[in-house]
Design a protein around this ligand. Structure first.
Ligand code: DQA
Length: 149
């Protein structure tokens, strides 16, 4: 049975492509989902892809991941910088967690420099645009192939 990887996206990412394209680019969430599915197919795993503007919904998906997912790739968006609750949920998940930011958060406002999620993440990708999702999923694919996820 192919392994399942959760790809989770936080608030306002549903507006990707329309929202501040000078920062986040012109690709939409649907484009990113398609790229992620393509990468997963290349490596032979399945993904469950979600986006929500609600913190509780993201937490529920992380709880679900505990039961069914080998790894989580996550762009927590603004919750990165605010959510102890998402950090706590991730701390209850055993597999690898990779944090992705489309923009280079370290080049931006000081409040974006701190990430609660980074306290749990096994790797962080920032500033590679939407390609960051693909890079993170490739890493997951390699870990799965090596039996490390
Ligand atoms: C983001 C960076 C966050 O600071 C911001 O709140 C987002 C998107 C990124 O992908 O660059 O919504 O996570």
């Amino acid at each position: 049975m192919p392994k399942t990887v959760f790809v989770l996206n936080g608030p306002n990412l549903n507006l990707l492509g329309k929202r501040q394209p000078e920062i986040y680019g012109h690709e939409t969430m649907a484009d990113v989902e398609a790229m992620c599915r393509e990468t997963a197919a290349e490596f032979g795993f399945e993904i469950r892809y979600h986006q929500s503007n609600a913190e509780h919904e993201i937490i529920e998906w992380i709880h679900e991941a505990r039961e069914v997912a080998a790894a989580i790739v996550m762009n927590p968006a603004a919750y990165t910088h605010t959510s102890v609750a998402i950090l706590d949920a991730l701390n209850a998940f055993d597999g690898p967690v990779f944090e992705v930011h489309i923009s280079n958060v370290h080049k931006r406002e000081a409040f974006r420099h701190h990430s609660y999620v980074s306290l749990r993440a096994d790797g962080v990708i920032a500033g590679f645009g939407t390609e960051g999702y693909v890079l993170a999923l490739r890493k997951v694919g390699k870990l799965l192939a090596a039996g490390k996820a």
